[in-house]
Design a protein around this ligand. Structure first.
Ligand code: HEC
Ligand code: HEC
Length: 269
């Protein structure tokens, strides 16, 4: 798709951008090839891609309802599903939000996710759809070499967790348990790894408070799980442990904890 690449690399000025994105959107629609093409190296700054920009937003803000286990709503953590329904996603997070589309904005009103979804997130989703819904490339398999690098990468991934556990890591009463100074987290590293890999549902007591809710599992690589957990362990007054991709790999091979997110409890219940 040379035309698309060409347009895309011109870095148009601010005023031209809306017009151009519309053109790019049409071009991309017209060509099924463009939709699965991996962006050129230089395209990194321009068009958002699913793997790099969109998936983290969906994991944090949509996954409690739209996940691998959901039976009644789509799983946005799957590229094909999200790509196929991308115009409806755009309408819900952008047009509904701006009041020009009659159906309810997503995430649903008053959910913690709707409060966590920023204007920047909404714009990124809109631009991703307009730009042809590119998948992008898997992040490099080369992991960080030091704990400090691991923490820096994990800090970025924490955006996923912050939608529920809050940017402060303190959680929300009755809904999302705290990661800050969590006795549950600090007591057992392997259990924490498994929890990220498989999700969790049921009663859990954290720092003396009861929670009974559902944390979905996330399609994160061994590196990602190691990075985000190392960040969490080294923030919010936690124990300072490091988690390595090897440890995550080891836990992935083992069966899930009994409380792992089971066949979805319907969100309509
Ligand atoms: C608290 C639960 C919840 C969250 C969080 C949530 N959704 Fe939904 N979503 C639903 C339910 C329930 C429906 C089905 C009812 C409806 O269509 O309004 C739905 C439907 C949709 C639809 C319509 C699908 C179709 O083709 O009919 C889209 C698009 C959508 N959601 C996108 C999102 C996106 C994107 C996010 C995250 C930014 C999100 N939702 C977060 C519960 C949720
Ligand atoms: C969609 C909301 C949501 C997201 C996003 C989320 N969690 Fe959770 N998390 C929960 C819920 C709800 C529970 C309690 C589950 C239960 O009741 O069994 C939980 C429990 C936990 C626990 C065990 C209890 C505690 O507080 O120590 C840890 C650790 C944890 N989450 C870490 C994370 C990390 C790290 C991320 C980001 C990769 C993350 N969570 C993303 C909702 C979420």
């Amino acid at each position: 798709m040379p035309t698309f690449q060409f347009l895309n690399q011109r870095r148009p000025g601010r005023l031209l951008w809306p017009a151009l994105t519309a053109v790019i959107g049409c071009l991309a629609l017209a060509s099924a090839v463009a939709q699965t093409a991996t962006p050129a190296a230089g395209a990194a700054v321009q068009s958002p891609t699913y793997l790099r920009d969109i998936l983290p937003i969906f994991m944090g803000n949509c996954s409690r309802c739209h996940n691998q286990q959901s039976r009644f709503v789509y799983n946005w953590l799957d590229y094909k599903t999200a790509f196929a329904d991308r115009w409806e996603i755009r309408r819900r997070v952008w047009d509904s939000y701006q009041g020009s589309y009659y159906k309810e904005a997503m995430p649903i009103a008053n959910s913690p996710e709707s409060q966590a979804l920023t204007d920047e997130d909404r714009l990124t989703i809109r631009n991703w759809v307009n730009g042809g819904g590119l998948r992008g490339v898997e992040p490099s398999a080369d992991g960080p070499k030091t704990k400090v690098e691991r923490i820096a990468l994990g800090r970025r991934l924490f955006a996923i967790c912050a939608a529920c556990h809050q940017p402060t890591g303190r959680g929300l009463p009755n809904l999302f348990p705290p990661l800050a100074g969590s006795d549950f987290l600090n007591a057992d590293k392997n259990r924490a790894i498994k929890l990220i890999l498989h999700g969790r549902q049921g009663e859990v007591v954290v720092n003396g408070m009861k929670y009974n809710n559902n944390m979905p599992s996330f399609p994160l690589s061994d590196q990602d799980v190691a990075n985000v957990l190392t960040f969490v362990y080294n923030s919010f007054g936690n124990s300072g442990l490091e988690v390595t991709p090897e440890e995550v790999k080891g836990q992935r091979a083992l069966p899930a904890e009994p409380a792992a997110a089971p066949a979805a409890k319907s969100i309509f219940e």
